[in-house]
Every structure is written in structure tokens, then in C-alpha cells.
Design a protein around this ligand. Structure first.
Ligand code: NDP
Length: 308
């Protein structure tokens, strides 16, 4: 019996050390060190090379090393009869809270404009907005969306959430699927924190942008597949949107020739909004490993039917 790690970048050492610290009784292996593929009963993975899962015939549990699970479903070798899990972690949530709060404040206080003016040796005060006068709409009001919403509310923003099912979060109005247009109409800053599924792919498109208030600001910290890139450029050119902050892209790293690099008013960050930390996450992985062995219900399960 072994716990198998598969990562696209093969950066295994921090995970091996953290998992060993969390539970030294578990044998942790990688595709390079496993002796018999039949020994792997559970795998935790991040963007595993396509076809990886077919090599391990006895997998009962496959867990994502992060909160997102779209990388699991993109692989046709993902077995149908396994339990899927993902990461739900306080550090992941607080990192996301701080990152989105920084972007919202950066936007309303025009810091990007001053960075540009500084390069031109130009001293030019501009008007700014106060958080209490700005409404932030969060598309995907789940674990991370609610954490971000709570922080933005504490800073003083008006906050709205949109999700499949209604949520009860103090001081934040919750909208459900058929109320999307009403939600968008009020969202001066739109934050995308949806999972990438068949239903949410391409949701950030020209039709949606038209429903936002004029000059709204977009923050996409979910997945590049949510956004129709050309529609964003068009919405920025025709001033429907005043700017965007993008942490995630269709292809990562964002190719050098991609027009986003040269588009004014886009902030580009390299998928760093909130990164899974092996030390913080290992406890829930080893707990799930023991639960699997004891035939108990696992933590943080993913609903394969919904895709998240
Ligand atoms: P959750 O599953 O906890 O939340 C997802 C939310 O989206 C839920 O509220 C869900 O509604 C809602 N939702 C899903 N599909 C729909 C739909 N079709 N219509 C309306 N609402 C929908 O996920 P997390 O909050 O943990 O993570 C969200 C995403 O953030 C991840 O999938 C990942 O892609 C991204 N992420 C990005 C990171 C980065 O560094 N940039 C880091 C970590 C995560 P309901 O609650 O009713 O089911």
C-alpha cells in the first residue's frame, strides 16, 4: 500500500517531507520511485501528465493537490470508480482573501495609474473611490468566494455573491443561478472564483460584460478557461470595462506573443493568487489516507457529476 504523488513539475521533495512529518507510517512514492504500480491505492496529483492514471490499476482515491479539480477531469485516463478529493485549507483561503483585497484596493485607489505616471516623472492627483461606495460581485460564492467576500466586507466594500445554491453569509446578499443578470447589473468589480466546468467555461464573455455597469473592473483568479480573451480586449477597447486583473490563463505560462501583455489596463500575475502549501495541506491528505484504509468517509470530496 502506498500514497503516490504525481506533479507536472516533479517538485516532490516538499510534499514527501511534509507528508512524512504528518504521518511517518505512510509510504510515499512517485512515478519514478514506485516499485510495483499495483501498490498505489491513493494518489494526490497536480496536472499529472495525460494518461498517468491508467498505469496504476488499484487506485481507490485520487486527490487534487489544490482546490481546483479541472485538471483531473481533463485526463481521459481518470478512472470512473474512484473517490475524488480536493484541498480545502485556511491558508489557501487567507492567501486568496489578501490577493483579491489588494487588487480591489489597487483598482479603487488608481495605483496602476500612478505606477505609469511615475515612469513619466508626472505628478498628477486623480479622483478615487471609497470602498463603501463600491459594490463587488463574486461569481462562485463557495469556500474561497465566501472567504474573499467576508474580507472585502470587513474592508468596507458592498459585497454580493452568486452561486448555484443560496448562501447565508452575514451582510452579503446571495444570488442564485437564475438571478445572474440582477447580480451583474450591480457588480462594479466582478471577481471570478468559479470552478471550471462545462457550465462555467467561457462565462466571462461579451454578453456578460454588457450586463455589468459601464466601466466595471474584472478580476479573474479562477481559471483561464472562464474567459473569452478576445471579448475582454474588445470590452476594454470600447470602455465597457475599465480594466482587468488576470491571474490565470488558457495557456500557462502566458505565451510571450499573447496580446494581453500589450493591452493597457490589464494586470497580469503568474497564477500566484493562492498556492497550495505542502506543510499546510498534508494533514488532510494523511487523514484521508487513513480514512480510506479504515473504510471511513473521506474529507473534501468532489462531486464528479457536477465537475467540482
Ligand atoms: P468551491 O467548490 O468551494 O466553490 C465553487 C462555487 O461556485 C460554489 O459556490 C458553487 O455553487 C459555485 N458554482 C459552481 N458552478 C456554478 C454554476 N454553474 N453556476 C453558479 N454557481 C456555480 O470552490 P473553491 O471556492 O474552493 O475554489 C474555486 C476555484 O478557485 C477553484 O475551482 C479554482 O479553479 C480556483 N482557484 C484559483 C487559485 C489561484 O491561485 N488562482 C487557487 C485556488 C483555487 P454551490 O456552492 O451552490 O455548489
Amino acid at each position: 500500500m502506498a500514497l503516490l504523488l504525481i506533479r507536472n513539475n516533479k517538485d516532490y521533495q516538499p510534499w514527501i517531507e511534509a507528508l512524512h512529518k504528518a504521518d511517518p507510517s505512510i509510504e510515499v512514492v512517485t512515478p519514478e520511485t514506485i516499485k510495483d504500480p499495483a501498490d498505489a491505492k491513493m494518489a494526490i496529483t497536480w496536472k499529472a501528465p495525460k494518461g498517468s492514471y491508467a498505469k496504476y490499476p488499484n487506485l481507490k482515491v485520487i486527490g487534487s493537490m489544490g482546490a481546483g479539480v479541472d485538471h483531473l477531469f481533463e485526463d481521459e485516463s481518470l478512472p470512473k470508480d474512484v473517490i475524488l478529493t480536493r484541498v480545502v485549507d485556511d491558508k489557501l483561503a487567507s492567501d486568496m482573501q489578501e490577493f483579491v483585497a489588494a487588487l480591489c484596493l489597487n483598482h479603487i485607489r488608481n495605483l496602476k495609474t500612478y505606477a505609469r505616471l511615475q515612469k513619466e516623472n508626472t505628478w498628477k492627483p486623480t479622483d478615487y473611490k471609497r470602498a463603501k461606495d463600491v459594490t463587488v460581485g463574486i461569481l462562485g460564492f463557495g469556500t474561497l468566494g465566501q472567504a474573499v467576500g467576508t474580507m472585502l466586507k470587513a474592508i468596507g466594500f458592498n459585497v454580493l455573491g452568486w452561486s448555484s445554491s443560496a448562501k447565508n453569509v452575514d451582510g452579503i446578499k446571495s444570488y442564485t443561478e437564475d438571478e445572474l443578470d440582477t447580480f451583474l447589473l450591480k457588480s462594479e468589480i466582478l471577481v471570478c472564483l468559479l470552478p471550471l466546468t462545462e457550465n462555467t467555461k467561457g462565462i466571462l464573455n461579451k454578453d456578460l460584460f454588457k450586463k455589468l455597469p459601464q466601466s466595471a473592473y474584472l478580476i479573474n483568479v479562477a481559471r483561464g478557461g472562464h474567459l473569452v480573451d478576445d471579448d475582454l480586449i474588445e470590452a476594454l477597447n470600447n470602455k465597457q470595462l475599465s480594466g482587468a486583473a488576470l491571474d490565470v490563463f488558457h495557456n500557462e505560462p502566458l505565451p510571450e506573443e499573447h496580446p494581453f501583455w500589450q493591452t493597457e489596463n490589464i494586470i497580469i500575475t503568474p497564477h500566484i493568487a493562492s498556492m497550495s502549501n505542502a506543510a499546510s495541506v498534508s494533514g488532510q491528505v494523511t487523514e484521508n489516507y487513513q480514512r480510506m484504509q479504515n473504510g471511513e468517509e473521506l474529507l473534501n470530496q468532489v462531486q464528479a457529476k457536477k465537475g467540482y
